[in-house]
Design a protein around this ligand. Sequence first.
Ligand code: SF4
Length: 114
Amino acid sequence: MYDDKNGQWQVNAKCRDYVADLFFPVGSSELAQQQTMEAKKVCSTCEVRLECLEMSLRTRRDTGIWGGATEQERKEMIRHFHVQKPNSNNKASKTIVDTEYYDDIMDYINLGKL
Ligand code: SF4
C-alpha cells in the first residue's frame, strides 16, 4: 500500500500524461469548474491517488488538485481527520495520516462528502 519513502509512486502518476495546468484551475469561473471536474476524473483512475493525496496533505499543498481533491477539500480533510503537520525534529510525527484512516479518506472522497 502506501510507500512514499522515495516518492517512487510518482512514476505511476496518471497526470504525467496531461498538461500540468489542468490540475491547477484558477478562480471559480465555469471554465475553472470544468477544469476541476476533468482533473478529478483523471485522478479517479490514478493508481497512486492515495499516495498523492497523502503527500499533498503532509506538505500542505495549497494550490491545485492532488489526489483528486481541491485545496478547499484538503483543508476539510485536515480538519476532519486531524492530519498533523510533520515536525522534522520529531520522527514520531512523520506519518501524518494514520493507516487506519486510509479507507475512511477514500470513502470520504468517493462518496462525494467533500
Ligand atoms: S491522483 Fe491525480 S494529481 Fe495525484 S498523481 Fe494521480 S493523477 Fe496526478
